[in-house]
Ligand binder design. Structure first.
Ligand code: FMN
Length: 191
């Protein structure tokens, strides 16, 4: 079965990006793929250092990489920090881009994976500037970026008490993105 990872580039409990990606994850499940939601806060990833790496990649990082490597698609919602990608997400990507101690599995996390990009921000642009940087990074790692990215503005007022999007047009766009990623990931899984 086609597998998709869903995660947000935020450690915050009440992260709006976590809320957004959870909606996309549900839509992808409804589209018929297996979705595993990951909270980066559960992985306790240290700041990347080549000295630390030389001592041995942390087991949690290897576990995370194995989950990515076993998937065909990634749904990713990232906060925009200072017009760019969040440090938390960039740090995770840097670790995931490295080979494991025991094998030359460099590239296994992102190469050839379909990525659906989203951002949520309390601001008016919805984090779209950070998305273009995230897109560049993942493209460099060989990911196939789905064309239908979306940025959710005014995100602190965008969800109802059930965690659903208030705006039906935005809800439809999230669903379309999740369906697109599911369809492309399924096609890759079949090859
Ligand atoms: C260091 C820092 C920088 C930020 N820079 C931006 C920014 O450039 N653009 C923006 O729209 N929001 C910015 N914000 C606000 C975030 O969008 C907001 O904190 C958001 O809730 C983060 O997403 P999360 O709730 O998923 O963690 C920044 C927040 C922090 C802490």
């Amino acid at each position: 079965m086609t597998k998709i990872i869903a995660l947000a580039g935020s450690l915050k409990n009440q992260s709006v990006n976590k809320r957004l990606v959870l909606i996309a994850a549900k839509a992808a499940e409804q589209a018929g793929v297996e979705v595993q939601y990951l909270d980066l806060a559960d992985f306790n990833i240290p700041l990347f250092s080549e000295d630390l790496e030389a001592e041995g990649t942390p087991a949690n990082v290897n576990d995370l990489k194995a989950l990515f490597a076993g998937s065909q698609g990634i749904l990713l919602a990232t906060p925009e920090y200072n017009g760019s990608i969040s440090g938390v997400l960039k740090n995770a990507i840097d670790w995931l881009s490295r080979p494991s101690n025991t094998s030359s599995d460099i590239g296994s996390a992102f190469h050839g994976k379909v990525v659906g990009l989203m951002a949520a921000s309390p601001g008016g642009l919805g984090g779209i500037r950070g998305l273009s940087h995230t897109r560049d990074i993942l493209f460099n790692l060989g990911a196939i970026i789905s064309p239908g990215q979306l940025a959710l503005p005014s995100a602190y007022a965008a969800f109802d008490e059930q965690g659903q999007l208030v705006d039906s047009t935005m809800a439809e766009r999230v669903q379309q993105l999740a369906q697109e990623v599911s369809r492309l990931a399924t096609a890759i899984n079949a090859t």
